[in-house]
Ligand binder design. Structure first.
Ligand code: GAF
Length: 394
């Protein structure tokens, strides 16, 4: 069994977007824009606590083929839809009016308009290689690609560093998902060969070289194929308990609790569950900083234990893992991975493992065997390298 490595950029998927555009609109697109999915190397559930994250973009893309159309009308089709969906300014201006996958597109139009931009009417055709529902941020990739297309078609003045917040608003306020800023930042601001060290309070970024090839390493991404169990409600409840804890501790956000004074902070909370949630966030922020320090020093292998510690913290303190995910992490570690952890919001999704490049196949086989032992449906896996954020293809 081999492990496939997708390559950038977006060749086939771009052709599919163009084919969709021609099929539904009987015309040529004015351009094509791509945005990637992401994995998060480390820093989970820290973004909405004003903390630190370290995602990198995947060489898996959502591509939007688009052209302007007259008036304030937007028509969108995707390779998974039977027919285009059309909406005008009235629907775009009222969060919730457009539903399903097209809500992410309408949300971007809404967020741009709400920020005072003159959004051009457009026809859009969407194709994607980012798997849906695997925790690799297919929704942020869609938002980022649509945003890039509309900004370029309309000649809007919106620099890349201001785009993630706007895409996040589309997701929070139009679609209604209370996510942080990580996924949109990754889809827009990542750089090939680098991880994105993002301070979610200031939105300042540093591109940290993450050259797996040079180190003889690979990141293996294993899709647990676990059904997302109550993920939306659980995510919102984690977010609420973090906000409540910050209030109780008298700080603007949990980022302001110092890892050096964690025990004192925990002693001020009388609820065990809240203490565990706080401990995860505070120690996870510190693990991001420690990972960045190791990567800056070129010590890529040495980040392994931090990845695994992050997983243990998500499993025991934040309580967001599921049996399939824990099985994948344990099997990868037992097969020689330097570190392994769940990536993304939790309750399903993907695991990433840092492995020697020539061990990727063995580690993947060990995970598959452990799944079979437990009677889980076989996982899928792929090795990935850090890719670029949203960009215009042509
Ligand atoms: C999801 C959210 F969209 C992100 O904002 C982040 O909170 C992540 O879960 C957990 O780190 O992907």
């Amino acid at each position: 069994m081999g492990v496939a490595t997708p390559t950038a950029p977006a060749g086939d998927v771009a052709a599919r977007a163009t084919a969709g555009f021609r099929q539904w609109y009987g015309a040529e697109p004015a351009g094509r824009w791509a945005a990637p999915g992401r994995v998060n190397l480390i820093g989970e559930h820290t973004d909405y606590n004003d903390g630190f994250v370290l995602p990198f973009a995947l060489p898996l893309h959502t591509v939007v083929a688009a052209a302007p159309q007259d008036g304030e009308r937007w028509t969108v089709c995707s390779e998974h839809s039977d027919a285009p969906i059309e909406f005008g300014a009235a629907e775009a201006d009222e969060p919730g009016r457009v539903t399903g996958w097209a809500a992410y597109v309408a949300g971007v139009v809404w967020a741009l308009r709400a920020a005072g931009h003159a959004v051009p009417g457009a026809r859009l055709a969407i194709a994607s290689d980012v798997p849906l529902g695997s925790g690799l941020s297919s929704s942020a990739a869609l938002e980022a690609a649509v945003l890039a297309a509309l900004v370029d078609l309309g000649g809007l003045d919106l620099p890349a560093e201001r785009r993630p917040r706007l895409a996040q608003r589309a997701e929070n306020d139009y679609v209604g998902a209370p996510t942080g800023i990580m996924d949109q930042s990754a889809a827009i601001r990542c750089r090939a060969g680098h991880a994105l060290f993002l301070d979610c309070r200031t939105e300042s970024v540093e591109h940290i070289p993450f050259d797996l090839d040079a180190a003889g390493l690979a990141v293996l991404v294993i899709d647990s194929r676990a059904p997302h169990r109550h993920a939306d409600g659980e995510y919102a409840s984690r977010r609420k308990s973090c906000e409540r804890a910050a209030e109780l501790l008298g700080v603007p956000a949990l980022r302001d609790v110092s890892a050096d004074h964690l025990d004192e902070a925990l002693a001020r909370l009388d609820d065990h569950e809240t203490r565990r949630r706080v401990r995860h966030v505070v120690t996870e922020d510190q693990r991001v900083l420690d990972t960045v320090a190791l990567l800056r020093a070129g010590r890529v292998r040495d980040i392994g234990p931090l990845l695994t510690a992050s997983h243990v913290s998500m499993r025991d303190d934040f309580e967001i893992t599921v049996p399939e995910i824990d099985t994948a992490v344990e099997a990868a570690l037992a097969a020689g991975a330097y570190g392994a952890r769940m990536t993304g919001g939790g309750f399903g999704g993907c695991v990433l493992a840092l492995v020697d490049a020539d061990a990727a196949t063995t580690v993947a086989a060990a995970v598959t065997a452990a799944y079979a032992d437990r009677g889980f449906p076989p996982p899928t896996h792929v090795t990935v390298i850090p890719a670029a954020g949203a960009h215009r293809l042509d």
